[in-house]
Design a protein around this ligand. Structure first.
Ligand code: KG4
Ligand code: ZN
Length: 353
């Protein structure tokens, strides 16, 4: 069974094709093998938005329109398959930019109607959450997931496909936003997180003692808005000297973010008693976070699963995979209702509602 996945929630257009082996379909809720990624293709809009310092929704939608069909043609040809061999089309239904989501929904529904095949709307964060299943060494349920994307920082207890319990989340800025906003203060172009982490490698993480909000709170919530304000205050204080201190500021900012993410993840593992941690979302590509989590989790006998680097940030493979895993663990196929419906604000714990 072939599932085409389309991601268009923000500034990346991603398309991918995954396959469920016939004998692994809906046989039981924990199949022996998970679906296999056959091909994927991605177009990043970063260059398009750089002059504006952030994502311009209208430009994002227009660019998705131009990219989706050629990317879909390319994944079909990479996998040596024809469009009429597709069985289901999965697309990102939300959360994300309404216009951008509508492009993916529109193409998925049109293709579904033309091929007379079902379509399914996938939650973008479920895609991130299940992205480690694209690797050769996938995790086993249940696990704790640290979801760190541009707009979300959440700790989830994941019992199985579609069974997600929110343990804690950011009450203001997400970790990705803290990276991006601090990067902007250092004169780094949007989206900034990755470039800030590269600059951080040249600096001293203990040079500035930036706040670690809610580090010792009993709950599993996060707060990163104060960090950005502290970085701003420090940059102003440095004035002309900032130019020589950029690497130290970057390293100290990253250290504060990583410290909080690691401590709260360990707390979630302790509270749930689970011994497997999955890290997903764009910030999950951060080298320092990956290293710190690996070191700390090893000490307490917890296995950490990261998606491959290319599948940390937005991509079509995670959407195709989430759709395929849903089909594989449920007995019913999605419907042939082509409603173009999107949900720009969709909490992950309401995914089944
Ligand atoms: O998951 P994602 O691609 O998009 C959303 O769903 O939001 O995450 C994008 C976020 C941005 O904030 C970006 O700066 C951050 O992930 N990011 C990083 C790194 N790579 C991407 N942050 C820190 N270090 C990185 N290496
Ligand atoms: Zn994302």
């Amino acid at each position: 069974m072939l599932i085409l996945g389309i991601e268009s929630s923000c500034d990346e257009t991603g398309v991918a094709l995954v396959e469920i082996k016939d004998n692994e379909r809906a046989s039981n809720s924990t199949p022996q093998t998970w679906p296999e990624l056959l091909s994927h293709a991605l177009h990043s809009q970063i260059a398009l938005h750089i002059p504006y310092g952030g994502v311009v929704p209208e430009l994002a939608s227009r660019d998705h329109i131009q990219r989706v069909v050629p990317l879909a043609e390319s994944v079909m040809s990479l996998a040596n398959k024809e469009f009429d061999e597709i069985d289901v089309i999965a697309f990102t239904k939300g959360p994300g930019l309404a216009g951008a989501l509508l492009v993916g929904a529109g193409v998925a529904c049109s293709l579904g109607a033309a091929l007379d095949k079902p379509v399914m709307g996938i939650h973008h964060l479920e895609g991130h959450l299940l992205s480690p299943f694209l690797s050769r060494d996938p995790p086993s349920f249940p696990f704790v997931a640290l979801l760190v994307s541009g707009g979300h920082t959440q700790l989830m207890r994941v019992e199985g496909v579609g069974q997600y319990e929110l343990l804690g989340e950011s009450i203001d800025d997400a970790a990705g936003e803290a990276f991006d906003k601090s990067a902007k203060l250092l004169g780094i172009d949007y989206p900034g997180g990755r470039a800030l982490s590269e600059l951080a490698q040249l600096g001293d993480p203990s040079a500035y003692d930036f706040p670690r909000p809610l580090l010792h709170s009993k709950d599993l919530n996060f707060s990163f808005a104060g960090l950005k304000t502290s970085v701003l205050t420090q940059c102003k204080k440095l004035g002309d000297r900032l130019i020589n201190e950029r690497a130290n500021i970057a390293a100290s900012t990253q250290a504060a973010i990583v410290d909080v993410l690691v401590r709260k993840s360990l707390k979630a593992l302790n509270q749930t008693g689970l011994s497997c941690l999955v890290v997903a979302g764009g910030v999950g590509a951060n080298k320092s976070l990956r290293e710190s989590l690996s070191v700390e989790c090893k000490k307490i006998g917890v296995r950490v699963h990261h998606p491959e680097l290319e599948f940390c940030t937005d991509n079509g493979a995670m959407i195709a995979m989430a759709g395929a895993m849903r089909i594989q663990t449920q007995r019913e196929l999605p419907s042939k209702i082509y409603s173009f419906e999107v949900n720009p604000r969709w909490p992950l714990d309401q995914i089944n509602v």
